[in-house]
Ligand binder design. Structure first.
Ligand code: SF4
Length: 181
């Protein structure tokens, strides 16, 4: 099971895992995404990529209120801080639960480590912890290495996938704009 944070970031990990011999389905969490129209754009993009890859993707129910409840106390953390660590844990726990409930999955991996803005060691540590709680092995990867991020940009442009301009949550959007919208 590949946890997908967004379609552009999956354009490298998804085919790479399949080329390595893993039968790989996707899972999109999405409740960290704000506002809802932005979530719809990203969801449609993930579904489009799933069609290109030829593997199914599970789409979690959109529950932004639950994500906000879990991260509200960390709302003033800068991007890359504790709020993001909690966000990674929420996303990867949801993916682990989905894989475990569906059955038939042995391993979990994530697209998150393709980002040049995120800490891959932290993501891999959290992923190993939450996946083991659900009886899954963790596939540790740092997808941004060896030009992985640049390749994902090129592939997403080639496929015409929607490319967002901020990480996803309302706080990231606020910090980018410098206001509280
Ligand atoms: S900036 Fe990105 S990783 Fe951090 S909390 Fe927001 S959506 Fe999650």
């Amino acid at each position: 099971m590949l946890h997908i944070c967004c379609a552009p970031d999956a354009t490298v990990p998804w085919p790479e895992l399949m080329a390595e011999g893993y039968e790989t389905d996707g899972f999109f969490y999405g409740s960290n995404i704000h506002p809802a129209p932005e979530w719809r754009l990203r969801r449609e993009s993930v579904l489009a990529l799933s069609g290109v890859i030829g593997s199914p993707v599970g789409i979690a129910e959109y529950e932004p209120g639950r994500w906000v409840d879990a991260t509200y106390e960390m709302r003033d953390c800068p991007e890359g801080g504790l709020r993001c660590a909690e966000c990674f844990a929420l996303q990867l726990a949801a993916a682990s639960r989905f894989a475990s409930d569906a059955g038939g999955y042995d391993f979990l991996c994530t697209t998150l480590t393709i980002s040049p803005h995120k800490d891959p060691a932290l993501i891999n540590r959290i992923g190993a912890e939450v996946s083991s709680l659900h009886g899954l092995g963790w596939i540790e990867r740092v997808w941004r290495k060896e030009g992985g991020f640049a390749l994902s940009v090129a592939r997403s442009l080639e496929l015409g996938l929607y490319r967002q301009k901020y990480c996803g949550c309302s706080y990231g959007l606020r910090d980018r704009r410098g206001d509280f919208s």
